[in-house]
Design a protein around this ligand. Structure first.
Ligand SMILES: OC[C@H]1O[C@H](O[C@H]2O[C@H](CO)[C@@H](O)[C@H](O)[C@H]2O)[C@H](O)[C@@H](O)[C@@H]1O
Length: 610
């Protein structure tokens, strides 16, 4: 039985990340970047695909696990059989100087404990067995483009089926240190490091970063944990945030909805920008904005919905058929075919992100406005085209209501750039466009019989993305079309207290081309809380928010979805979109009726404005 997804904690160095289980085993780590092949891939396969365990050798149990306050330094404590002996394993990835490092310290807290560690290193997602050599207390693993070194205070034995292992005893107050480093094969071998100093430096780095959080409300503890998670998912050399550090953790246990999230989605990243700006992280927000402008630069028709972490456009999807999949959920995929999608909303997302930056006094330079004008020209020609929608469905393209509203958002922000920031553009034409889209959505995307907006033009299906119509300012929260939509979504998409993304009935396969069935989508449930707060139903919004907080695991992490029947987190993990939504709703609750800065709602719609 694999560990549950929520049994893992995250450590990372802002260029890649690892998952550490409650059993002390590191079962996922891609080196040197988030999107590289994994050297530990047991998460998606079995022990032959690589892991690094560290726990008492005999019978033992987990006593406690936590992050050092306001850091990404993880401490896991184990008691031996009768709790006479207690050890602490401290894990972290120091923020990188030259190459990636992962350090582990075993510390005796009480009595004497025999500890066992196995370091089964693989490359290319557990598919390649490297050439392993021992030089005293140093192991070297070599395979093609990857060379790894494991330094330890104790010697490893290579005799057990080629799986390096070691056993040692720690007494109270004693420490035994380990360090795994990755280097390019042509680089010289890494010098040894002082693990205690590396852990201290890493703790200080995260604490200083966390102190910059400007949110000081009642959910500060949870907000800071989510922000640290977002920072850990942001590739620091470029400023791009990955949607999650994993691939193919299933949206349904045993199912086929298994995707690679180690890329940067324009949509997700725009939400990230808002969360960062709202919590005082301007530097990160500026880095993201510059990344987005570089990534989207060029011909607007060629803009992508997602990019690699350095802005790469080709992200071919392949199946890793040697991996059995988490809980037998196959296929395991690397790369994401959604990179080739046409999703209309990204133009609105990008226009809105740049508008938000201007609103907060961090205007992009003139060349950004040139790009925005080019995007608007493209959108004026293309907004009527069907697209793959926010959920990236793999069925036929459709006239998705949310996508059209995001085209409206693009026009709205272009108008505001001229009227509020004095930029130059055909504002009358854009006003006409905004009105035209508004009328089109209200005519075709609204079911007047049921009093709700619908997933796509002419359909009866509901879609939780419609909750975003208020946050972008398309309609005020108390407009009866929105209260009707929120009511219908609550009635039909709520499952055991959490929202499904869209109607999953016999017809859903026609839309997403996948067998029905997935967990409840946590970001959408946060969006429902936002709408309730905006309607003035703050207590109901808070109650829902707190229900969502309870779904976080013991170290404050969320995946994308929650399976209410199994009572388990599902989907890629930890997921940026869920943590972003948590931060935004917490801030929103603080301001109660004022989501104003959350998006760009200014109280004026095309209807009552012009
Ligand atoms: O379920 C279908 C799609 O699922 C993934 O997309 C989802 O994750 C994205 C990243 O967080 C998010 O932007 C999108 O709105 C979600 O639907 C997957 O990446 C797609 O390939 C897949 O079709």
């Amino acid at each position: 039985m694999p560990l549950r997804i929520e049994d893992y904690a995250l450590i990372g160095d802002t260029q890649t990340a690892a998952l550490v289980g409650t059993d002390g085993s590191i079962d996922w780590l891609c080196l040197p970047r988030f999107d590289s092949g994994a050297c530990f891939a047991e998460l998606l396969g079995d022990s032959s695909n690589g892991y690094w365990s560290m726990a008492p050798a005999g019978p033992h149990r987990l006593l406690e696990r936590r992050y050092r306050p306001d850091t990404l330094v993880l401490e896991t404590e184990f008691g031996d059989g009768d709790d006479d002996g207690i050890v602490r394993v401290t894990d972290c990835m120091p923020v990188r100087d030259e190459h990636p490092d992962l350090v582990r310290r075993v510390e005796g807290l009480q009595g004497r404990v025999r500890v066992r560690s196995e370091a089964v290193v693989r490359t290319d997602y557990g598919g390649i067995v490297p050439w392993t050599r021992r030089f005293g207390r140093r192991l070297q693993f070599v395979a093609g483009p990857d060379t790894l070194y494991l330094d330890a205070d104790v010697e490893f034995d290579l005799s057990e089926h080629g799986r390096p292992w070691t056993e040692f005893t720690v007494g109270e107050g004693e420490t035994v240190d380990f360090r795994l480093a990755w280097i390019a094969p042509h680089a010289s071998s890494p010098a040894r490091v002082d693990v205690g100093e590396a852990i201290q430096r890493t703790s200080n780095w995260w604490r200083e970063w966390a102190q910059r959080c400007s949110y000081d409300g009642e959910y500060r503890h949870q907000v800071v944990r989510s922000l640290i998670t977002l920072k850990a998912l942001t590739y620091s050399p470029s400023g791009a945030t990955v949607a999650a550090p994993t691939t193919s953790l299933p949206e349904q246990l045993g199912g086929v909805r298994n995707w690679d999230y180690r890329f940067c989605w324009i949509r997700d990243a725009t939400f990230t920008l808002l969360a960062l700006l709202n919590s005082g992280y301007e530097e990160e927000a500026v880095a993201w904005r510059e990344w987005a402008l570089r990534a989207a630069a060029g011909e607007p028709a060629q803009m992508r919905i997602m990019y690699g972490i350095e802005g790469e456009r080709r992200l071919p999807e392949v199946e890793l058929d040697w991996l059995a999949g988490y809980a037998d959920s196959r296929p395991v995929r690397a790369g994401n075919q959604a990179a080739r999608h046409w999703q209309l909303d990204v133009y609105g997302e990008l226009m809105d992100a740049l508008h938000q930056a201007r609103l907060r006094g961090i205007p992009p330079d003139q060349s950004a406005w040139k790009l925005q004008r080019a995007l608007m020209e493209f959108l004026e020609r293309s907004w009527r085209d069907p697209d793959n929608g926010i959920w990236e469905v793999r069925g036929p393209r459709r006239q998705f209501t949310h996508s059209k509203v995001m085209a409206w958002t693009a026009a709205d922000r272009a108008i505001k750039a001229v009227e509020e920031f004095g930029l130059d553009g055909p504002v009358d034409r854009w006003k006409q466009l905004r009105q035209e889209i508004f009328d089109d959505v209200c005519e075709h995307g609204f079911d007047s019989r049921r009093g709700t907006f619908t997933q796509y033009y002419g359909s009866s299906a509901l879609d939780a993305s419609l909750l975003l119509l208020t946050t972008v300012g398309f309609l005020p929260a108390d407009d009866e079309r929105m209260t009707g939509t929120v009511k219908a979504i609550r009635n039909e998409l709520m499952q055991d207290g959490f929202l499904q993304r869209y109607t999953m009935d016999g017809n859903s396969k026609e839309v997403d081309a996948l067998p029905p069935g997935e967990g409840a989508f946590l970001p959408c449930t946060f969006w429902l809380a936002d709408n309730l707060i905006m309607q003035g139903r703050v207590d109901e919004g808070r109650e829902l928010f707190e229900r969502l907080l309870e779904r976080r695991n013991d170290v404050g992490l969320l995946s994308e979805e929650f399976d209410p029947a199994a009572g388990r987190l599902v989907g890629n993990y930890p997921q940026a979109l869920s943590h972003i939504a948590l931060v935004n709703t917490a801030i929103h609750l603080e301001r109660e009726h004022g989501p104003i800065e959350q998006r760009a709602w200014t109280g004026q719609t095309a209807e009552d404005g012009d």
